[in-house]
Design a protein around this ligand. Structure first.
Ligand SMILES: COC(=O)COc1cccc(COC(=O)c2cn[nH]c2)c1
Length: 234
């Protein structure tokens, strides 16, 4: 899988060389390239933004640098197997299913917008050539798409076979199919008693049936309390 990041702050993505994703890069499962959008500017000030047509506060990202970056990175031929991801507050919610689908992509280009956004013609042009996903990380506004791109990258790449040491751990996570879309149950480890708090008896019983039942009940109760929207049968 090749991941490209178009951004005015490419150093944001240096962090991807660390830990889990770092190993995936080292063993060639993932190939990461961050690009400074100003590479594709030609004026003395390396300008990437301009005032909004129609007025209004703030600045809008000019289309030219994006178009020239696409030309260099992707060429002009349409290829629906290339996924262009644009983190934006106005995107469709990014969910585990999106991460799962995108984990099968051979190529993902993250376009990190800033200011009031990217000239919409960039999205129109990209949509004619590649598979474009305008995705929101959540109902809040960030200064730019970089932090959202990092979060989406981690959610996607950890699902790529060979990246996680223990693929077993994927199945029992919140939002995974095996959890029936429920929140994950509380987890414990040693010591059995810590500052007056004990590990629930059932987890020390060695009775796997009772433990599985307790975990299912905990997941349902937690989901009912925190995320009733995830409960389908109620
Ligand atoms: C068409 O897309 C664009 O123009 C993107 O432009 C911007 C402008 C400002 C900030 C961002 C970053 O995304 C978020 O704030 C965000 C994503 N998820 N939740 C919050 C992106």
């Amino acid at each position: 899988m090749r991941l490209d990041y178009l951004t005015i702050f490419p150093e944001f993505f240096d962090v991807l060389g660390i830990s889990l994703l770092g190993k995936a890069v080292d063993n060639g499962i993932v190939d990461i390239h961050a690009h400074d959008l100003r590479t594709w500017t030609h004026d003395r000030h390396r300008t990437v933004d301009d005032t909004p047509c129609g007025g209004g506060a703030g600045m809008v990202m000019k289309p030219d640098p994006w178009g020239e970056a696409f030309d260099d990175l992707l060429g002009a031929d349409p290829d629906p197997s290339v996924h262009v991801v644009i983190p934006t507050p106005s995107g469709t919610p990014f969910r585990q299913d999106d991460a799962a689908q995108l984990s099968h992509a051979d190529r993902i280009v993250f376009c990190c917008g800033r200011y009031e956004g990217i000239d919409h013609r960039v999205i129109d042009y990209a949509s004619e050539h590649w598979s474009v996903h305008e995705l929101s990380l959540g109902d809040y506004v960030l200064n730019g798409g970089e932090v959202a791109a990092l979060a989406m990258t981690e959610a996607i790449v950890r699902l790529v076979p060979g990246v996680l040491g223990n693929p077993e751990s994927l199945s029992e996570e919140s939002y995974s199919q095996d959890q029936e879309g429920l929140l994950e149950y509380p987890v414990y480890t040693r010591p059995a008693s810590w500052r007056g708090w004990d590990v629930p008896e059932v987890l020390m019983s060695g009775h796997h049936g009772h433990i599985a039942q307790w975990r299912r009940e905990q997941s349902r109760e937690l989901t009912r309390r925190r995320r009733p929207d995830l409960l389908t049968d109620e």
